[in-house]
Ligand binder design. Sequence first.
Ligand SMILES: [Fe+2]
Ligand SMILES: [Fe+2]
Length: 229
Amino acid sequence: MPKKTVAEIALDNPASVRVFEELGIDYCCGGNVSLEQACAHAGVSFSDAHRKLVSLDAPAGDDRDWSRVGLNELTTHIVERHHAFVRREAPHIELLLAKVVARHGSGNPEYATIEETFRAVSSELMAHMLKEEKVLFPLIASLEAGAAGSVQAPIARMMAEHDDAATLLRQIRSLSHNFVPPDGACPTLRATLASLDGFERDLHLHVHLENNLLFPRALALTEGLRRAS
Ligand SMILES: [Fe+2]
Ligand SMILES: [Fe+2]
């Protein structure tokens, strides 16, 4: 890694721009220098930057069979992994999109539409996750603990909101030509498209765990309680 320029690192691994932004390292216009030089210029420790960049390569590893854990453990996993991801990633993508629109928006009006659509999906998801965390997930926990109650209405609402978010992200994917960067795209645009791609991928997994695993099991729990009473 020390032999590569900062711009090359950003192109090879778009996630690295988060580290560069955090450390104030210029990876775009002034990126044609080694990481060591860039760190010296930004006044940050090379070993610190190197460690952060290497840790990005750690595999995500989500091979656990979530159908075999309790619902409380599953909702904890969803909140800690996927809700935290959305809260961390959405502001980062909004920042990148603002840069893309400022630099390339005049010749590419679709970038402003992507920015506007992403802001809409981001704010919808923030409200959606709060409803899950404050209302639905505690309700599911109480059902699992044996309390009576119904989750049908909130689940139907959450599923409709999942559809809305997926539709907006599909629009972004189509406006972005499947997140494939155009020839000669700058590192910021490449990082933005890769981050949008990653955001959509994570949402797919997130919604899969809720729609296909958590919600049916929570509904079955209500059904079981009704039959037992
Ligand atoms: Fe969620
Ligand atoms: Fe959800």
